[in-house]
Design a binder for this molecule. Structure first.
Ligand code: NAP
Length: 270
């Protein structure tokens, strides 16, 4: 039976970089909304020695996620799920950011965990933006609504993000909330799915030179000055960090967030 590693957002950036570092015996499924991007990614991944498939999916649509999960389960045992699909403040408004980054993570974790066996791993990509929110804005009871009352969850999060003045900052707030949600949700899933032998963790990149990172770089300029080496991260550095954290040989790494941001968050607090 083939071992399947599915990577949402695998058509570009860190997700694509991670694919190339996965063990060669894994069959890789890259997913995203744009088929042409995925087809190019498959070519690159196959050149690195893997068998790979492209399958479109919009992670903000549960039915689309179910369809992806069924496709993957039909190929073999789903052993690794890397959820790197995401949108940033320059790409979307508050609601869409929350739907993709937060609710998309719920759909991916729920639908894939049902189809995975003991020993599987789910890695959700968050962001170091998750660490910038003031404590009074973080409310886990409201986060729990994402599983029970999506519309109320969105309403509460959008209301908080409206505290910001400009449209870009409102989106920035919604992004930070969506990614802070991912930290909390990955820990919750680690506890719940751990009983079935499925390991869950999150990883929070800093500013990384992908399509998304380059788009956000001017707005996030002072983040670079806070890193230890005064530079953006490289997609391949994050790809390696993601692939090793999601590798079964790292089997005791669960219920944590790996902050991979060149030291920016830690150094800013010193
Ligand atoms: N780059 C940074 O500086 C940075 C920093 C912190 C966190 N992150 C996070 O890291 C992850 C990877 O981003 P990246 O930097 O590698 O950027 P990227 O190259 O833009 O990759 C993001 C991918 O997500 C896909 N995507 C977007 N919306 C989607 C949806 N609704 N359903 C399925 N796929 C969707 C995009 O493909 P389509 O548009 O074709 O769907 C794209 O391939 C994201 O979660 C991002 O929030 C990035």
């Amino acid at each position: 039976m083939s071992e399947i590693c599915v990577i949402t957002g695998g058509g570009s950036g860190m997700g694509l970089a991670a694919a190339k570092y996965m063990p060669k015996e894994k069959v890789i499924v890259v997913s995203g909304r744009t088929l042409s991007k995925l087809e190019n990614a498959v070519k690159e991944i196959e050149e690195s020695g893997h068998k790979a498939y492209a399958h479109t999916c919009d992670t903000s649509d549960r039915n689309s996620v179910i369809e992806l999960a069924e496709f993957c389960a039909g190929l073999g045992d789903i052993t690794n799920v890397i959820n790197a699909a995401g949108l940033s403040p320059a790409m979307a408004k508050q609601e869409q950011l929350l739907r993709v980054n937060a609710l998309g993570t719920v759909y991916i974790n729920e639908e894939f965990s049902k189809r995975m066996k003991k020993g599987g791993v789910i890695l959700d990509v968050s962001s170091n933006s998750a660490y910038v929110l003031p404590k009074f804005l973080i409310n886990e009871k409201q986060y729990a609504l994402a599983e029970t009352d999506e519309e109320m969850f969105l309403k509460k999060m959008i209301k908080k993000s409206n505290l910001a003045k400009s449209d870009y900052n409102k989106a920035g707030f919604a992004y930070a909330l969506s990614k802070n949600f991912v930290l909390w949700y990955a820990k919750k899933c680690a506890k719940e799915y751990g009983k079935n032998g499925i390991r869950v963790l999150s990883l929070s990149p800093g500013l990384i030179a992908t399509d998304m990172g380059n788009l956000e770089a001017s707005a996030a300029g002072d983040m670079i000055s806070k890193t230890a080496e005064k530079r953006m991260g490289k997609p391949e550095e994050l790809g390696y960090a993601i692939a090793t954290a999601a590798d079964e040989r790292n089997g005791y790494l669960a219920g944590v967030d790996i902050l991979c941001d060149g030291g920016a968050t830690t150094l800013a607090r010193m």
